[in-house]
Design a protein around this ligand. Sequence first.
Ligand code: SD4
Length: 344
Amino acid sequence: MFNRRKFIKATALSTALLAIDQKSMAAAIPTTNGKAVNKPIVISTWDFGVAANAAAWKVLKANGKALDAVEQGVWVPEADESNQSVGYGGLPDRDGKVTLDACIMDELGNCGAVLALEHIVHPISVARKVMEKTPHVMLAGDGALQFALEQGFKKENLLTPASEKAWKQWLKEAKYEPVMNIENKLYDKASPNKLPGNKYNHDTIGMIAMDANGNLSGACTTSGMAYKLHGRIGDSPIIGAGLYIDNEIGGATSTGVGEEVVRNVGSFLVVELMRQGYTPEAACKEAVMRIIKKKPETAKNIQVGFLAMNKKGEYGAYAIQQGFTYAVCDTQKQDLVIKGKSYY
Ligand code: SD4
């Protein structure tokens, strides 16, 4: 039956589509249901995602694979010593050791992870080797380091003078509980909990890319929560928690207090919600609401943010606290930073 409202909506949509410029039309390939797919595209957590996306974009625009894009994208913050929450220069645990967590997942559901890896600047590449060269998914601690060295990675000191100084300052009070992801609420105020000399308290990079062939991959890498207990693992290297990719549906990644993400298997949840028809932002919001519902008092003082993309190249995010940003790079715009919506 003819439905007038649907017809008007459809006409408006075609007019809007016509308005898309030539450049983006070249990249927009219609799907079977007639909707244009926004690809290639890469998104990643926080402002520092812009530089990471730029490196990933080089791969994507040359028709490279999403898997290579996400690996090379997150190399940027991993190697950036001014970034004290990822890779080289990351803040150490309470024993002064920089221990890194990372995972990677491709369009076939292959994945690899390293947990509490020390001395290697690019844990994401070790995670990729675990995925490609072993029958396993995760390697931890000394075993992960041994494997990395066998694969030819160089052993380096990751504790920079700035991070060592911040740790020594922290040791003066050395509260048993590490200061968790308190974000802008406490962090921006002159608070006794403020971590000294530390621009990035905790921020993990999570990245999701879709290449020109429409295949998705993701990467997630972090030095984890500053001054954590030695051996503590967060959500970032856990497939399903810090990252999840399903090439039929989309991908999701997380940042914030890893324990709460693990408890709710956050990224898997977001992807499953998208499977049920949720938009990326609505799926992220629902995953955040689960955390808040289970622990309303805890949630008031912590940050968790989810970022997701579906197979149409639509994306969205949602966080508990304000201040969560993410970076987007597609054919339209290469350095977009978006403020994620939040509960508080
Ligand atoms: C962790 N989720 O280790 C990481 C830290 C982080 O933004 O993402 N902070 O729990």
